[in-house]
Design a protein around this ligand. Sequence first.
Ligand code: ZN
Length: 283
Amino acid sequence: MSVTRGTFLKSLGKSLPGMVFGGGLAGAAHKLLGQMTSAVNAPASRPMPKIKFIECGPPDGNRIALTFDDGPTPGVTDLILDELKKRKLRVTFFMVGQRIAAAPDLAKRVLAEGHEVGNHTYTHANLTAIKDQEAESEIQKTQDIMAEKLNHRATWFRPPYGVLRQNQATMVARRGMGVVLWNVSSEDWSLPGEDKITSKVLAETTAGSIVLCHDVSQQTANCIGPILDGLLARGFEFATLSVLMRQPRTQRDGNPDVRRPRQPSREGGSARRAEPEKRSGEG
Ligand SMILES: [Zn+2]
């Protein structure tokens, strides 16, 4: 555990009431504070629906979903796209709204090359540290910029740092999106070096894994080729999140890769229900 991670953990503890944890250090905090969290999550007047947080896909088969957060980043996302294209692989990008506004053509390229695009808020806000009204705006503004610049409607949302309050998860569900976390973190956000990023992903990925990376740094761009080749050599099949979860990719266009869609009507936004249990990472 680095100092950075410890500091992050402490900052999570400060914003405890009503929040839901996601990801590694968040996972540790969740274990420590789980009972307190459920106490503050108890309904006040009316029951709040439990929203399911997806952390991995079905372990049957050999599909995995690579995900890239915080872009698009000119000079990095392009390189990652090139490596994916060479190998004809599709992944998922959780984009920050203001970065789409700054680089709309790069965001368009991501979609044009068959990747999935999800919502990662407008300014990469820690939703547990802001008012609900602001959180709603963070979520909606990104939906709006995607509609305007990309003609796209996201069906997946990933909260920055993997944390959000239960009522904020309801805001997400109301907009027809599911909340997606991860179960493998590359830790590339901490810039540990290409070898460490690569070996961590290759060591921890199993069938059904949702792998967290960030299309922000040169380190990630430099090691994405070896990561892709290593995962392919291990027999994994790459899928977008919707394919991994066997859903159409967007509400606008169904995904031809989906051979046997299960309950396509579900996509309209009903809250997925399950108990959240958190894993590793940073978001
Ligand atoms: Zn992020």
